[in-house]
Design a protein around this ligand. Sequence first.
Ligand code: B4P
Length: 190
Amino acid sequence: MLNIVLFGPPGSGKGTQASKIIEKYNLIHISTGDLLRSEVEAQTELGIQAQAIMDRGALVSDEIVIGMIRKKLEEHQDGPGFIFDGFPRTVEQARELRKALTDIDERVTVLISLTVPKDELVKRLVKRGAETGRSDDNPETIHKRIDVYNTQTLPVAYYYEKMHKHQPVEGVGSVNDIFKRIVEVIEHFS
Ligand code: B4P
C-alpha cells in the first residue's frame, strides 16, 4: 500500500493537492476536516460539539478524530492505500495512526509537508471565506488556526523526521507545479 500523509498549515493546499494525488494514484481520501464538516452538516451530536471547536480555530479531541480514522481504515483495508489529509494534527494522533496501521500490517510511506509563508496562507483563506462562506475562514479564526498549527501540529513533522519520512515541498506556485513536486517525492519513496 501507498500511505501518504499530506501535511501543512491551514491554507497550504492540502485539500487541493489531495484531489490530484487521488486522481493519479487511486488512493482512499481521509480528510478529518471533511469528515467533521459532514458531521456538522448532518447536525449529529458529534457535529454540534465539533462545530463550536472548529469555529474558534481549536482542535477537536484526539479521541473523536482517532475513532473516525479507525473506522475508515477498517472499511478500506484491501485498497491501494490511503491519503491522510489534515491528520495527524497532534503527536498523539500520529502515535495512534502508527498503531492503527500496524494492526493492518501497514505503515506511513511518507509525510509530505507543504511550506507556505503566513501572509500567503491568510490571503488564500480570507479569499476562500469570501467565496464559500466557510465559517472558520474569517481573519480572527485563521490567525488562531495558524497559531494552533505552530504549537500543537508542527511537532508531528519532527515525529516523522526521526523516522526519515518527513519531506518538505514548496507550496507556493501553480497548483500543477506543486503537484509535480509532490509526484517526484512519492515516486522516490514508493
Ligand atoms: P481542514 O479541513 O483540514 O482545513 P485546512 O487546514 O484549512 O485545510 P484545507 O485542506 O481545507 O485547505 P487548503 O489548504 O487545501 O481543518 C478544519 C478544522 O477542522 C481545523 O481547524 C480543526 O478544528 C478541525 N480538524 C480537522 N482535522 C483535525 C484533526 N486531525 N484533529 C483535530 N481537529 C481537526 O486550501 C486553502 C485555500 O487555498 C483554498 O481556497 C485553495 O483554493 C487555495 N489554494 C490551494 N492551493 C493554492 C495555490 N497553489 N495557490 C493559490 N491558492 C491555493
